[in-house]
Each structure stands twice: as structure tokens, then as C-alpha cells.
Write a protein that binds this ligand. Structure first.
Ligand SMILES: C[S@@+](CC[C@H](N)C(=O)[O-])C[C@H]1O[C@@H](n2cnc3c(N)ncnc32)[C@H](O)[C@@H]1O
Length: 181
């Protein structure tokens, strides 16, 4: 009875989590799949080569999922503020819990990223879709001169990238880096 109850409760919880994630995936068109570890490392390596690790930057991750990438950014830039934007319920709350150890330095917004003003950020990181990159253009255009945008897998239509990095391990993934001019 006890074991059966625990098993049923775990199964039900998993089903609720999966159903909720699928519901948000239908709304926004992307699942909360985390970026691959070696792609994440390449992104961190690349931004570290362009920015001062002791700098006090404002960093945004658009569609921050379960929070792993924002945590890597917070560790790479220990004096910077990192803000994630994530609409999907469970990934958002898991990330909020994971960010607790950073205090106010790492935070998250549960709003739709298209409704946010991202003009103040020095660095914007995203792993979204072609549709998102197209729709994000007006917001990205308002960013400060010299700020950096890094997009995992998807180019910003009609923008000239500063660099394309290839992360390859079985599959080849392009990382697009832009400097706002
Ligand atoms: C492919 S995942 C990337 C997760 C994380 N950035 C990483 O690299 O590990 C994309 C995330 O963007 C979120 N997302 C997509 N559209 C969004 C929107 N309009 N507002 C907020 N979050 C959004 C999805 O819910 C999903 O969790």
C-alpha cells in the first residue's frame, strides 16, 4: 500500500510536469531543452574572451529554461547581474530555486520575453528558434552600442554576425555572435 501510493504519487507528479511543459511548448513553440554542455562551454569561453570577467555587467538569458546556462554565466562573471526570462511554469520555478544560492545577483522573470525591455543589457544569450529571432529583432535593435548578443543555433535574420563559432561533437551546432553597432 505504502510503496504503491508513493509510486502513484511520483507517476502523477511526472505526468503533471510533462503535461505542463507540453502545454507551454504549444504556446511558445519550443520545448525547455537545455543547451548541450559542450555548446554551453563554447559560449562561455567565447564571451569570456570578449568581456572582462571582473566586469559588472547586466546579462540576460532569453528563454532561460531550467537555469543551467544562467548559472554558468553567473559563475563565469562573478560580479555581474544575470537575469533569466522563462515563461514555462516548471522550468521557471526550478530555475528560481537553483538561483537562490546567488542571492540577488541572479534572478528570473516569468513573463513572455517579447514583452520585456532588454535595451539595458550588456550581453544577451539565447537558444530559441528562427521564428523567435525574427520576432526579437525590434527589441535587439534597441540594445546599446557595443553590447553582445549570442544565439545558440539560430541567426538573427538580416543581421551581420561578428563571428560564427562551431561547436561540434557528433552534430555541428553554430553559435552566432553579434556586436550591436
Ligand atoms: C531551447 S530552451 C533553452 C533553455 C536554456 N536557454 C538553455 O540554453 O539551456 C528555450 C526556452 O525558451 C522558453 N521560451 C520560448 N519562448 C518564450 C517566450 N516568449 N517567453 C519566455 N520564454 C520563452 C521556452 O519555454 C524554453 O524553456
Amino acid at each position: 500500500m505504502g510503496i504503491d501510493f508513493i509510486f502513484a504519487a511520483i507517476l502523477l507528479s511526472l505526468m503533471i510536469i510533462i503535461a505542463t511543459c507540453l502545454y507551454y511548448e504549444r504556446i511558445v513553440g519550443i520545448s525547455p531543452t537545455p543547451s548541450l554542455p559542450w555548446v554551453r562551454s563554447k559560449i562561455i569561453e567565447s564571451v569570456k574572451s570578449r568581456m572582462n570577467v571582473d566586469g559588472k555587467y547586466e546579462i540576460a538569458e532569453l528563454g532561460s529554461g531550467w537555469g543551467g546556462m544562467s548559472i554558468s554565466l553567473a559563475n563565469a562573471f562573478p560580479k555581474s547581474l544575470v537575469r533569466g526570462f522563462e515563461i514555462s511554469f516548471f522550468p521557471y520555478w526550478v530555475s528560481v530555486i537553483r538561483y537562490l544560492r546567488f542571492g540577488n545577483r541572479v534572478s528570473s522573470s516569468n513573463n513572455c520575453l517579447f514583452k520585456e525591455d532588454i535595451s539595458k543589457f550588456d550581453l544577451v544569450i539565447c537558444y530559441l528558434s528562427n521564428h523567435h529571432m525574427q520576432k526579437l529583432r525590434p527589441q535587439l535593435k534597441k540594445m546599446k552600442k557595443g553590447s553582445i548578443i549570442v544565439s545558440n543555433g539560430f541567426a538573427i535574420p538580416d543581421w551581420k554576425e561578428d563571428e560564427i563559432i562551431i561547436a561540434q561533437k557528433g552534430i555541428e551546432i553554430k553559435i552566432f555572435i553579434y556586436v550591436v553597432s
